[in-house]
Design a protein around this ligand. Sequence first.
Ligand SMILES: CC(C)(COP(=O)(O)OP(=O)(O)OC[C@H]1O[C@@H](n2cnc3c(N)ncnc32)[C@H](O)[C@@H]1OP(=O)(O)O)[C@@H](O)C(=O)NCCC(=O)NCCS
Length: 184
Amino acid sequence: MITKHRNVATFMMANLESIKIQSVDCEETWPIRRAVLYPRGPEEGIHIPGDEKGLHFGAFLISDPSFPDKLQLTSVISLFYDKFPSHLTPLLPNITCTGNEQFKALRFRKFATLNDFQNQGIGSRLFQFVVDHARDDSSLGPGTIVWCAARRSAQDWYIKRGMRVFGDSYFKNGIEFVTMAIII
Ligand SMILES: CC(C)(COP(=O)(O)OP(=O)(O)OC[C@H]1O[C@@H](n2cnc3c(N)ncnc32)[C@H](O)[C@@H]1OP(=O)(O)O)[C@@H](O)C(=O)NCCC(=O)NCCS
C-alpha cells in the first residue's frame, strides 16, 4: 500500500479561483478517467488491477470562496510503486539511479483533466504536486524515477515539464503510448 506524505495543498489561480489538491478514493477518479481518457471504453482502461493499492489525488476547483465546501473535482492522477520497465533501464543516465529497486520508482497513471477545465494550469499544479510528493517520500529518495506510460498526444506536455522519452512508442487499444520519466 502506498503511503500518504502530502495530503492537501491549495493554490490561487490567475482568475482568482483556487484549487485544492487532496487524496481521493480510487472510485472518485473513475468518472473523470472515463470521460477524458476512455469515453468509448474499454472498461479495463478505466479500472486498473491494483487500483485499491494506489494513491489517488484530485484537484478540486473552489470557484466561490464564500462556499469553500462547494468543490468540483476537475483533474485526477493515480500513483503506484511500479518498477521502471527493465528493458529500458540501459537507456537511463549513468547516475546513482536506484529506480529499478523495489519501492524506488513511482509510476503515475490515468492523469486527466476534464475537457472543460483543460489549459487552465490545473494539470500543471497536480503534476508538480506529485513530483513534490515523490521528493517527500522517504521510502524513495534521490535518484528516484517518476515515470508513466504517456499518450503520444501528451508527450510534449510532459517534455515541457522535464520528463524524457525512453524507448520506442507502442500501441494499446489503438492508442499510441511512449514511456517517459523524470529522475528526481
Ligand atoms: C495532459 C492533461 C492532463 C494536462 O492537464 P491540464 O489541466 O490541461 O494542464 P495545464 O492546463 O496545466 O497545461 C496547459 C498547458 O499545456 C499545453 N497543452 C495542453 N495539452 C497539450 C498537449 N497535448 N501537448 C502539449 N501541450 C499541451 C497548453 O497549451 C498549455 O501550455 P502553456 O502552459 O504554455 O499555456 C490534460 O490536457 C488532459 O487531460 N489531456 C487528455 C488526457 C491525457 O492525454 N492525459 C495524459 C495521459 S498520459
